[in-house]
Ligand binder design. Structure first.
Ligand code: ADP
Length: 449
């Protein structure tokens, strides 16, 4: 089967990213948009565009009946969900496929299996993939949590089984602090995910977050495309990603790659996905979760292996076979997330209208962004306005290219602040330049005014 028309159930840079690949493949595109996004580039660049409702996500990008209606009236063969919104919504995947519209991603069963973190961990234990030590299953009471902490050993982390976006996680160091954290974690989980299921893991101290990109086809073949290091995080949210990881060795890549392929194979995974691991200082690695979608940071992998991951998603959804060969990085790529946030004021969202925009260019620079001069960043959605990617043969050169590109980047407007000043300082930081950092890095990093 080859798709003639794909509806993109998303907005912003990822909608544009998908349109670009579809154009290259000769596939027509349908954009959907909320009234807040009618001036957005994804609307302008798609072949057709359908307004699906008001700015609030529930009325537009999360509104399944309206998206399905848009797909039906435009006669779309497939839906690409991007990331966020409905990308990991099993019900949506099922509804698409029930309507004869191919969901570009895994099946509803696979999304369900990996979307619940407790079930995902159990599946990985059975497949022989190392997981973060902890107690199996959900915690059913405070007493159970206290008992479990004795078995696991402090420090522990309480996590929401339906969690995502770094929400609902609490680190506990001693018995006395369990009650308040257990209650808070449950409440946060219920409020954010409508599911108050909490589980317990050993809190890995000073780990790196290293994830492996995988792909699997409809015939059970899977491969990996090496790693991304996403240890530079703030409140469990990624700020910078790179590939290869400065912490990586040939042996570790082989071991983590094999584990990731095993993880994808054990569920006959279809589509592209990411296996997230925590790696401790002794280079022990532990499965944390699987993301069953394209990720924000997929671009660094595309650049280091010279490969279009969106094209791969579409080809897999069309029923094409993959070779099963694994990919090794041949370049170094770093991505900085440029958010409309004020780095000098606790990274507070600072959206507004862009009055002056100068986008960097030149050798080794890629910019994935939907913004333009005169564009108003709507306050309703996430604050990411651009992904700046620097590519070079070595890590040192990639950092130099990134610093140069950041220095050229001008995004100005009334009240509008961006994270560019933070990234400039990070690129000059000695520990960052040496590759000497863990997920704790941002806790001590001081941004100079
Ligand atoms: P989410 O799905 O909300 O992003 P993850 O399970 O991917 O949550 O975890 C996000 C981040 O939280 C990780 O990258 C890591 O920094 C931290 N984290 C999660 N689990 C642990 C753990 N057991 N020990 C230490 N840090 C952890």
């Amino acid at each position: 089967m080859t798709f003639k028309k794909i509806l993109i159930a998303n907005r912003g840079e990822i909608a544009l990213r998908i349109i670009r690949t579809c154009r290259e493949m000769g596939i027509k595109t349908v954009a959907v948009y909320s009234t807040a996004d009618k001036e957005s580039l994804h609307v302008r660049f798609a072949d057709e565009a359908v307004c699906i409702g008001k700015p609030q996500s529930m009325d537009s990008y999360l509104n399944i009946p309206r998206i399905m209606a848009a797909a039906e009236i435009t006669n779309s063969d497939a839906i690409h969900p991007g990331y966020g919104f409905l990308a990991e919504n099993a019900k949506f995947a099922q509804i698409c496929n029930d309507h004869g519209i191919k969901f570009i991603g895994p099946t509803a069963e696979m999304i369900n299996l990996m979307g619940d973190k407790v079930t995902a961990k159990d599946t990985m234990i059975k497949a022989g993939v190392p997981v973060v030590p902890g107690v199996e299953g959900l915690l059913n009471s405070l007493e159970h949590a206290l008992e479990s902490a004795k078995v696991v050993g402090y420090p522990i982390i309480l996590k929401a089984t339906a969690g995502g976006g770094g929400k609902g996680m609490r680190v506990v160091w001693r018995d006395e602090d369990m009650e308040k954290n257990y209650t808070a974690a449950k409440m946060e989980a219920a409020a954010s995910f409508k599911n108050d299921g909490i589980y317990m893991e050993k809190y890995v101290e000073e780990p790196r977050h290293i994830e492996i990109q995988v792909a699997g086809d409809q015939y059970g073949t899977a491969c990996h495309m090496s790693e991304r290091d996403c240890s530079i995080q703030r409140r469990h949210q990624k700020l910078v990603e790179e590939s290869p990881s400065p912490f990586m060795t040939k042996e570790l890549r082989k071991a983590m790659g094999d584990a990731a392929v095993k993880a994808a194979s054990c569920i006959n995974y279809e589509g592209v996905g990411t296996i997230e691991f925590l790696v401790d200082k002794h280079r022990n690695f532990y499965f944390m979760e699987m993301n069953t979608r394209i990720q924000v940071e997929h671009c660094v992998t595309e650049e280091v292996i010279n490969f279009d991951l969106i094209k791969e998603q579409i080809k897999i959804a069309q029923g094409e076979k993959i070779s099963g060969k694994n990919y090794e990085p041949v370049m170094h790529a770093i991505e900085c997330r440029i958010n409309a946030e004020d780095p000098f004021n606790d990274f507070r969202p600072s959206p507004g209208k862009i009055k002056i925009l100068n986008t960097p260019g030149g050798h080794g620079v890629r910019v994935d962004s939907h913004v333009y001069s005169g564009y108003t960043i709507p306050p309703y959605y996430d604050s990411m306005i651009s992904k700046l990617i620097a590519i070079a043969r070595t890590r040192e050169e990639a950092i130099d290219t990134m610093y140069r590109a950041l220095s050229e980047y001008i995004i100005e407007g009334d009240g509008l602040k961006t994270t560019i000043p933070f990234h400039l300082q990070l690129m000059q930081n000695e520990d960052f330049r040496k590759g000497n950092f863990t997920t704790k890095f941002m806790e001590t990093f001081v941004i100079e005014k």
